[in-house]
Write a protein that binds this ligand. Structure first.
Ligand SMILES: Nc1ncnc2c1ncn2[C@@H]1O[C@H](COP(=O)(O)OP(=O)(O)OP(=O)(O)O)[C@@H](O)[C@H]1O
Ligand SMILES: [Mg+2]
Length: 451
């Protein structure tokens, strides 16, 4: 296969992608991750090796169809991995051409930064010797290559994106905050997929990138639907529609088992060996006097800095989390991170309902309580929250209504911990969750979008 089929009338010659910097931008929900997922699917189908930095644990679904090794610390990893073996995995991936997803969704920002620095520095060095096509995918890239801030990690990523070509290295960088991404990377990207943006600062960035008159660019961009984008390659730009991913778009569904080839199993066991070796030779990298966050998840900040949702320093009253097991708290953190990415209205909705469980509220009651238009609630129902099982939708003669269902949610989502928690632990977990979810809206009140 020599072309990547990304959508109707959009087949990119594979050769054009080698060593390329591809930027995918757009607001939340505009289809960026789907576009990236489609590019990765097509690259995988062409046996193009890569590493995807997955900060939300949403790419493991690629395993449904392709041979990919998921390493890191999230819920769906094949191999739990820490700093000690980051370099070795990078070596294996590049040498053996094994696609790797680096699931860093459960790592703290600092831990993640060091892990990626180690990993990508090794990729850069090795690519200099091997010089074969290899792609790095980075979600929420404004967190790693922020405009106007200098870090070692940013330096290595920018180097890969801007100067990787000679080594065969390319990058797919994805962000919902165009204005916050290092300008050099965007202006020098060879391919851009510009999904819808609305904020003026993001629109200005598009204006600088697109070869169109500002007004024309603005008009076209503001009319883009989900999955539509302006595709720009070199100096030509046109509107395109990206196809949907064939593989599962990860999110809430916890696990499925993909078929694993002997080759992948072999690599996996070698990674495990390498990990064991690394652990027996070198102690884990010191993190200062405190216990490592993985040992004590309660040491995590309540919500790691969210790119899309800069939570101002809202007071965080002590959560009733005493004596909940670490893995349970990790899972709660994960849920909170996910919910923090929802639009403010939906966060207010869940906070409101959990605080008043088991009361049921119609959309018109909710609209006045949480201060939004009822039409908005009807046009964009809280499907994600219903799918998650956190809230339940009911249909009355007076209209649609919602109520929280924390007890049921915990029974299902934490079923694996039921025996360990027992009735008392489960009760504490529900109280803890209720408290944390209620705080989501307190934090949100201070939320301003500052592109
Ligand atoms: N090309 C497409 N065709 C049809 N539907 C799409 C397409 N791309 C995305 N969607 C729909 O939009 C939803 C959101 O897409 P996606 O998760 O890719 O957005 P995103 O921009 O990455 O959002 P976020 O910023 O929240 O990560 C998908 O779950 C899917 O239902
Ligand atoms: Mg996304």
């Amino acid at each position: 296969m020599n072309a990547l089929n990304l959508g109707p009338g959009l087949a990119l010659p594979l050769a054009d992608v080698v060593g390329q910097c591809v930027a995918i931008l757009g607001i939340r929900g505009s289809g960026k991750s789907n576009t990236a997922g489609v590019i990765f699917e097509e690259l995988l189908a062409a046996h193009y090796p890569m590493s995807i930095v997955d900060i939300d644990g949403e790419y493991f679904g690629l395993k449904e169809k392709y041979e990919v090794l998921v390493v890191g610390s999230g819920e769906n990893v094949d191999v739990e991995l820490d700093m000690a073996a980051a370099g070795e995995v990078a070596d294996l991936s590049l040498h053996e051409g094994v696609p790797v997803i680096l699931d860093v969704s459960d790592m703290l920002a600092d831990e993640r930064e060091r892990f990626l620095l180690e990993y990508l520095t090794r990729i850069w060095a090795l690519a200099g010797k091997l010089r074969k096509p290899y792609m790095i995918g980075i979600e929420e890239c404004h967190e790693f290559i922020p405009q106007g801030v200098r870090t070692d990690l940013k330096e290595v990523i920018a180097r890969i994106a801007l100067r990787g070509r000679k080594r065969g290295l390319g990058a797919v960088v994805i962000s919902q905050r165009s204005a916050k991404v290092e300008k050099d990377v965007l202006t020098q990207a060879g391919m851009l997929f510009l999904h819808r943006v609305v904020h003026e600062a993001d629109m200005r960035v598009y204006g600088e990138l697109l070869p169109w008159r500002r007004l024309e660019a603005k008009e076209t961009v503001s009319q883009l639907g989900v999955g539509e984008c302006i595709f720009m390659s070199g100096s030509t730009a046109r509107k395109v529609k990206i196809r949907l991913r064939h593989t599962f778009h990860g999110g809430y569904t916890p696990s499925f088992r993909a078929v694993e080839s002997p080759k992948l199993r072999q690599v996996r066991s070698r990674i495990l060996d390498a990990l064991a070796r690394a652990r027996s030779v070198a102690p884990p990298v010191a993190v200062g006097p405190q216990p490592s966050p993985r040992e004590d998840p309660r040491a995590r900040p309540v919500d790691p800095p969210l790119a899309s949702a800069p939570i101002a320093d809202a007071p965080d009253p002590p959560a009733p989390d005493a004596e909940l097991p670490g893995p349970v708290l990790l899972r709660v953190d994960r849920l909170l991170r996910r919910l923090n990415r929802l639009p403010p209205v939906k966060r207010r909705l869940v906070a409101f309902l959990v605080e008043r469980e088991p009361n049921t509220y119609t959309t018109s009651e909710l609209a006045s309580w949480i201060d939004c238009a009822e039409a908005a609630l009807l046009a964009e129902p809280p499907t994600e929250l219903v799918d998650l099982g956190l809230i339940v939708q009911e249909r009355f003669a007076r209209g649609l209504a919602y109520r929280a269902a924390l007890r049921q949610y915990v029974a299902e989502a934490f079923a694996g911990f039921a025996a360990e928690l027992g009735p008392e632990g489960t009760r504490r977990l529900i109280a803890h969750l209720r408290h944390r979810l209620a705080c989501i809206s307190t934090a949100e009140r201070n939320l301003v979008h500052t592109p």
